[in-house]
Design a protein around this ligand. Structure first.
Ligand SMILES: Cc1cc2nc3c(=O)[nH]c(=O)nc-3n(C[C@H](O)[C@H](O)[C@H](O)COP(=O)(O)OP(=O)(O)OC[C@H]3O[C@@H](n4cnc5c(N)ncnc54)[C@H](O)[C@@H]3O)c2cc1C
Length: 453
């Protein structure tokens, strides 16, 4: 019996080996990460079927590659030759929404937006808001510890995970955490699985914390003649106030959006900063606007009207689609300590100019989390090589400034080599020891996060 016939015999309604169907599951959105040819695609409907897949994989040493919606940008969900891609799209139920305890129990294939909508019906809010919230799954969000726009005040996905159910590579199922908001009993296995990018266990259920919905936000926007001034304004706002959103766009991003959407943006500005506050104290809004002016903004405007605020945010939301019209886009993701933000922005401009590559920067500025969007012509090999050089150089610059090679997108395939540079030798060995403890045979997402050893 071949491997495939055995797998089909064991999980007939779950497994698909049609090459045309599998083609759609081979890669995520990381345009230059390699992707292999899977043995099969599996779409389990429940934890029991996930266990059976893991048992099969362990018996035959077949790699398993977990997959949410494939919106990741680090190659984390990319197939490996001979693997089984495990898509959680059929495990997409909200199992419980406890209004009094303020949590929801969900399967991994639920989209982030679906939980937001369900929570809203109970007057509650699921805060984590990656820009991909309408298209990414909660399983993927937890496995990457996704960030987003409101993290500056409300934290990242991991801050909302109370507990998990997961399946080890040998098929054992286990639970972490529980129902309590505070729980310090034992090692924090929940936190260990959050952000583990499918390399430690297959997450089959999540208990996620919900919050009271905050007041509608007030919004300010400010334009700066230099990136440094915008960086300094960001640092001073975060030090003195509590913005619920603080985003930045550089000139290249502004120009791309203007030519795409014609919003009448100031094309001479070097940077745009847009911020929000959802505190009832309206003086915060004015004070943040004043902080921008003190840092050198030549124009600052604010509004308490949420609809007008959403219009002011529109340019930021359109940055990625606008850039995509200009070529292939690699979304880089680095993070630096806030006082280094201005210097990081300066270095991005320098590195882009040195390599003659179009780089537009958008940033979750309030978190020091920067996304240089590297644009290149996919049909021009030399442009591709230069774009890659920019990508790598920016990781080096972030590390040199005390930053990290990933603020929120994860390491996946494309940054595994740089994770090794970021961690000290002992920490790296502990990472490998953790991997061995969960997955001794290296079945789960091999080569991702820690690279090939
Ligand atoms: C336009 C756009 C905007 C984005 N904006 C943001 C943003 O603001 N913030 C942000 O953080 N990210 C952002 N992302 C990146 C991406 O959306 C996130 O990383 C998201 O969390 C991935 O979810 P997914 O369901 O698509 O997971 P996938 O891409 O399918 O998988 C991501 C990783 O999780 C693993 N995984 C998935 N499900 C499971 C599971 N059940 N068990 C174990 N491992 C699993 C996979 O193996 C892979 O390593 C953006 C992407 C795009 C395309």
């Amino acid at each position: 019996m071949t491997l495939l016939t055995e797998l089909v015999a064991r999980l007939a309604d779950v497994v698909c080996a049609d090459p045309d169907v599998m083609e759609g599951y081979r890669r995520d959105r990381a345009s230059w990460a390699p992707a292999g040819l899977p043995l099969a695609l599996a779409r389990p409907r429940n934890t029991r079927e996930v266990q059976e897949l893991a048992r099969f994989a362990t018996e035959h040493r077949v790699p398993l590659v977990p997959r949410g919606a494939g919106t990741g940008v680090a190659g984390g969900a990319n197939a490996l030759d001979g693997c089984v891609v495990v898509s959680f799209e059929r495990m997409n139920a909200i199992l419980e929404l406890d209004e009094a305890a303020m949590y929801a129990v969900v399967q991994p294939g639920v989209l982030n937006v679906e939980l937001k909508q369900a929570a809203a019906q109970h007057g509650l809010w699921y805060s984590p808001d990656p820009s991909s919230f309408e298209i990414s799954t909660l399983g993927g969000n937890v496995a990457t510890n996704a960030g987003g726009l409101c993290c500056v005040k409300y934290g990242v996905t991991g801050d909302y995970v109370l507990g998990l159910e997961a399946v080890r590579s040998n098929g054992e199922v286990f639970r972490t955490g529980g129902r309590c908001r505070k729980d310090v009993a034992g090692y924090d296995l929940t936190r260990l699985l959050v952000g583990s990018e499918g390399s430690l266990a297959l997450i089959t259920e999540m208990r996620l914390r919900l919050r009271r919905k905050p007041a509608p936000p007030s919004t300010f926007v400010a334009l700066f003649g230099s990136l440094e001034a915008a960086g300094h304004a960001t640092a001073s706002i975060v030090r003195a106030f509590e913005p619920s959103l603080l985003e930045l766009m550089d000139r290249t991003a502004l120009r791309a959006v203007e030519s795409h959407a014609h919003l009448d943006l100031d094309l001479d500005a070097a940077a745009l900063l847009v911020g929000q506050t959802d505190t009832e104290n309206s003086s915060q809004l004015l004070a943040m606007q004043n902080a921008c002016e003190a840092a050198g903004a030549h124009l600052a405007y604010s509004t308490e009207d949420p609809n007008e605020g959403e219009l002011l945010l529109k340019a930021r939301r359109l940055a990625y689609p606008a850039l995509e019209r200009l070529g292939s886009v690699v979304i880089d993701d680095i993070s630096v300590p806030l006082p280094q933000l201005a210097e990081m922005l300066r270095r991005i401009e320098l590195v882009a100019a040195e390599h003659d590559v179009l780089v537009a920067t958008v940033a979750h500025a309030g978190d020091g989390n920067v996304h240089p969007l590297i644009v290149f012509d996919p049909n021009d090999e030399s442009a591709r090589v230069r774009a890659h050089a920019v990508f790598e150089q920016l990781l080096v610059e972030a590390l040199a400034l005390g930053g990290t090679v990933s603020g929120e997108h994860g390491v996946g395939l494309i940054k595994a080599g740089y994770l090794r540079r970021q961690l000290d030798a002992t920490s790296l060995e502990l990472h490998h020891a953790v991997k061995r403890a969960f997955d001794p045979l290296g079945i789960l997402n091999p080569g991702k996060l820690l690279g090939s050893s």
